[in-house]
Design a protein around this ligand. Sequence first.
Ligand code: FES
Length: 576
Amino acid sequence: MTDRKRDLRSVESYGKLDRDGFIHRSWMKAQGLPDDVFDGRPVIGICNTWSELTPCNAHLREIAEYVKRGVWEAGGLPLEFPAMSLGETQMRPTTMLFRNLLAMEVEESIRGNPIDGVVLLGGCDKTTPGQLMGAASVDLPTMIVSSGPMLNGKHRGRDIGSGSDVWRLSEAVRSGEMSEAEFFSIENGMSRSRGTCMTMGSASSFAAVSESLGISLPYNATIPAVDARRQVLAHQTGRRIVGLVREDRRLSQFLTREALENAIRVHAAIGGSTNTVIHLLAVAGRAGVELSLGDFDVLGRDVPLLANLQPSGRFLMEDLHYAGGLPALMREMTAFLHLDLPTADGRTVGEILAEAERYNPDVIASLDAPVDEVSGIWVLRGNLAPDGAIMKPSAAASDLLTHRGKALVFETIEDFKSRIDDPDLDVDQSSVLVLKGCGPVGYPGMPEVGNMPLPRKLLDRGVRDMVRISDARMSGTAFGTVVLHVAPESDVGGPLALVRSGDEILLDGPARRLELLVDEEELARRRAAWRQATRDPGPDRGYAALHVRHVLQADKGCDLDFLRGASGAEVKRESH
Ligand code: FES
């Protein structure tokens, strides 16, 4: 027997005129597929993180249908498959523990199946980064369609932002400024539609980064989840991915160092989530692109805040879309961007931006009149964080960016929760709250608890921000003078483990310094004692055990050490 066309990866399976080809085709025909769809046309996998346990992605089954329309129309064969869904508001102990598991699943699903290109459907915080990490290791033609942001929240005639208002209003309840009854009534108006958090949280930030990388179509980051234009974008993505396969335009052609530089600068201009730092480092590690934690500080340093969006500003994602979307924002900062880079759309970055228009300068500011001169991610170093720690200056109190104060230490999050509202807590406005045990190994999974609620006794006195330091992450929707991702983390013996209440700590944001002002001899004594301390050995079975044995620290992106780099698309052995 002579094989059918042999130019596409899928033909290795569907084009074979032998027993193996029979097996690959025949069982697929059980789904009502006619013989001629196995004629060598591009097979497009649609990797879907739809789940009712991930409400932000709950409409992705419907979105997948629009992608399929486009794939069929362009002469491809669409095949949808599920991938583990990570619902940020539902999963314990934290979705971050499972991001790499999703990435492994996506990598092996793409590698193991006869597909030529893939469209990733994700949105909720860890779903898109996990999918992109897995796809980057295989390196087929790849595009992203995001869930899109939910509609603006509403309460008593004003807008309510996902997450950001939860943090703000829960503090108002603790300080007695708001009743519990009113707080709970806001639940009904905050999440009014399917889609991701509509603040510039982690989901919106990564959607924006994906769009700026050119791996999703223009406006993917901002079209509301329930706007018909998202269905149109899904349809157009289905058409386009078939084109990318025919042109053999693989993901690695878009995930370049220059594209990542654009993404980091855009991330600074939008006041993006601190979580993006970890995810982009992990994606770069998969793609084999040199990227370091310090690049975020260096590349974003001169970029001002242009997006006036919560948590750094006032508006929400729906407003950003109506103001012109991400292309309009990027057009305001072309001086910082590489404009000649290709995009999956087929045009260069510069060609897309040339057609963008800004409709509302209150939402999208200009370089001449930015929302804030200070933006981006500051990367701090010093004896408290030898491998780095980060903070987001646009979300911090300007009078705390440089601060010296006495540490108040919490050994675990449970310790923190049990004592923070104690009226006898030895704390004042100048104290520095220090939380340990929340890193990638220690928790495990590095939860979003770094934006510790303030002590009630200080809230009662009108204090609204304090310096907080931890090896945890924080929600992209959160704000405050919060130093995060301290590396190495306390549970692997990083200097954070040595801090004791009463020690002086110096935060000098503008100089990028984070110092524990304790002499080296005393630190050496503490280090020796720490080694002898009995530590919780952590999980001993299942995926969590694999995670704690292999997870990298935050400055390396928290990927598993054996997953960095590429596996490639070639699988030599047949299944039967
Ligand atoms: Fe899913 Fe915010 S909880 S995007």
